[in-house]
Write a protein of this length. Structure first.
Length: 114
């Protein structure tokens, strides 16, 4: 999710500051997922996209302090992008949640956009 002009699956709230924060955290997020994430086979690009989405969601919805508060909005945003099949929300929500939680932790750098 680095070239905003080439990726049609980027949410409308994706911005250069969010992308920069994701790029700084990308390797740590992927590494953390490889250690803590599930072991079900899934395309790596879907995993990375879901992690990036969760990371960005942490920044763009700072008033949502719990997963239950932010999940409906993120779900709607994800579905609006046309993600279906192997990238359907029910299949990737746990990945988005994982990064949404990690991004706010000690090793995460997602914060309110500003």
């Amino acid at each position: 999710m680095t070239d905003l002009s080439l990726d049609p699956k980027v949410p409308q709230w994706w911005s250069e500051p969010i992308d920069a924060a994701w790029q700084r955290s990308r390797d740590a997020a992927l590494s953390d997922w490889s250690v803590r994430g599930d072991r079900f086979p899934m395309d790596g690009s879907i995993i990375e996209h879901a992690l990036a989405f969760g990371h960005g969601g942490r920044s763009v919805y700072p008033t949502c302090e719990t997963w239950d508060a932010v999940q409906p909005q993120l779900r709607e945003d994800w579905i609006r992008l046309g993600n279906m099949g192997p990238a359907a929300w029910d299949r990737i929500a746990h990945i988005v949640r994982h990064e949404w939680l990690r991004a706010a932790g000690p090793g995460g750098d997602a914060g309110p956009e500003g």
